[in-house]
Design a protein. Structure first.
Length: 152
C-alpha cells in the first residue's frame, strides 16, 4: 500500500471475532496501526499513547484500529490490561499485514525471522491512504501526537 491506494473492504476480525469492514468507518478518518506483539514494551507504549490521545483523535474525526498477528484471546487480554478503547484486529494469517506490506523478514542479533514492521497508515474518509508513518519515524510514546501533528 502506498499513499493514494484504497484499503480493502474486509480488514479482518477483531478481538471478539467480529468482522471489521472499511465501510464500518465510512465518513471517518482511520488510523490503522500495525504493531509486532501484544504486551511488549514498545507496543504497549504505542497502544497507551493512542489510548491517552483517543478522545482528541476522535474530536479530530479519527477512529483507531490496531493490527497484529496475535489471536483474539491475546488481544482481549491486552485491551483489558491497558483499558484500550479501540478494537484490535487478529491478523493471525498475516492477510492484512501482507496486503499493507508490513510483514517481512526482520533481523535481531543476527537472527532472521518473519515479523511485523511497526507502521501506521492514516486513511481519509473514503478509505484512501493519506499518510504513512514508517518504522523509523514512529515514536511509540508520542504516537497519538505524531498523528495529530500531521494535520497541521
Amino acid at each position: 500500500m502506498k499513499v493514494g491506494d484504497k484499503a480493502p473492504e474486509i480488514l479482518g476480525r477483531d478481538e471478539n471475532g467480529q468482522e471489521i469492514r472499511l465501510s464500518d468507518y465510512a465518513g471517518k478518518k482511520l488510523v490503522l496501526y500495525f504493531y509486532p506483539k501484544d504486551m511488549t514494551s514498545g507496543c504497549t507504549a504505542q497502544a497507551c499513547s493512542l489510548r491517552d490521545g483517543y478522545s482528541e483523535l476522535r474530536k479530530q474525526g479519527y477512529e483507531v484500529l490496531g493490527v497484529s498477528v496475535q489471536d483474539e484471546r491475546s488481544h482481549q487480554r491486552f485491551i483489558e490490561k491497558y483499558q484500550l478503547p479501540f478494537h484490535l484486529i487478529a491478523d493471525t494469517e498475516q492477510t492484512l499485514s501482507q496486503t499493507f506490506g508490513t510483514w517481512g523478514e526482520k533481523s535481531m542479533y543476527g537472527r532472521k525471522y518473519m515479523g511485523t514492521f511497526r507502521t501506521t497508515f492514516v486513511l481519509n474518509e473514503e478509505g484512501v491512504v493519506e499518510r504513512i508513518l514508517l518504522p523509523k519515524e514512529i515514536k511509540t510514546k508520542e504516537h497519538a501526537g505524531q498523528i495529530l501533528k500531521g494535520r497541521e
